[in-house]
Design a protein around this ligand. Sequence first.
Ligand SMILES: [Zn+2]
Length: 480
Amino acid sequence: MTSAATNRLDLWDQDGKVRFWWAALASVPSSPESWEYRRLKRVWFDHTINHHPFVTPTGERHLTVSLFENFAALPAASWLPALLEAAGLPEIPERLTAVNWGYEVGTEARGKYADVAIHARDPEDLVIVVEAKARGGTLKPDDHEPGSYLDLPAFSWCERRYLIYLVDEADVESLETKAQELGVRSGILTWQQLGGIQIEAARHVDAPERVASLLAGAIQFQFVERSIVPSRLAAEYLEREPATEEIHKDAPGKQTSTEREIQEWRLTEPQALPDSALAPCMYEPTETLREALSELSAAADCVVRGDLEEAKRSLTATDRPEFLEYYTRCTNRLDRPLAREPKARLPRDERLETRMPGDRLRRELYERDGWHCRFCGIGVIDPRALKLMAAKLPTAARWGTGNANCHSAMLILRASPDHVLPHSHGGDNAMENLVTACFLCQFSRGELLLDEVGVSDPRLRPPIRDVWDGLLRVLEGSAE
Ligand SMILES: [Zn+2]
């Protein structure tokens, strides 16, 4: 029996955002008779119905696995708050930053397993245990005790934990009588509500309308097939569904393993949600800054050609007071009050001795990240290129090191190594903890943690690689 470590079906798309598999569909083939259309349904049904090693034809597991599983294809931010609200839990997370969930979670070799366990962050940790019952299923004596699940060692590390009973609406009344004694940590959700929440979330996925409608219709079909009528119905019901035999035909061999394998289900690294809850950066580069970057690129070309007069003109044109003003405004964060108190920094003697990476590590880092800021994505300038330009054109620009006496656009666009977990919070110089950042992203965050400023983890997005070289082309033919 396996608890999936991560029940998410994500793809990276070209913008480096996380998308679900359906997001890759431009549309649904128009004819329900077409092979493409049937294949698309197969993707859905194969994933949600078939071949789980622990599916038995009846019982809670079958229901949980085949119906709850639909959430794997829906952004958690679109369903988790609705689920908790429907269950009547007292605390609804306001700003989810990460969610994972798994089946049959427990830590003992023999003992109780939670049917579903959800680990969310908002950004504090929250655990929700779902105990599912098929219609008419009775609670076993220790099912009555929320503590018997919530106090499993698998969950004890988390302070905020809640139990939800997932039952048929026909059984709510009898359960409620018992639940009154259970205390506020438990809630009741019905399979009918579950279907409604899934359909509602599917209808609003960020996909073409026909794709969303296919998802919603397929979910509805699954519930109705099990004689559960969702509390909300899909706008368009799909009338032609593949017959069960059709789905099972040509299917890969069914797994028969009954071995209990308990996998790590907690979030080890925060996994940013594929929604817009968190921004990639605090301040977007302005359009004029982007223009300045191409002008500086032209200046580098001039340096390579030996046309230093023209290079000088480009440098002068891009050194504008407005860039320094923007930089000062952003790095002071006057418009960005923090949502909560910043987490205490480590005392100095507990921090790692080496604060900044050396030159070699920096070069490797910038190269790995394709000379783009991993937060805002803008192309950055390698300090080696700046140094050489300063040597060749000593009077063409302000080459000082202070904010007020250096070229204002190059101040912002200079590459720098950013510690994702800041040094003052124990972060080290491992490549995994470093990302390339422009000065604007580097110094507007300062020593704050990502979730303190509401910025998503840049490491979850692949680096941008294109023709941008950090202006290192000026090094060509020069003895460095
Ligand atoms: Zn940036």
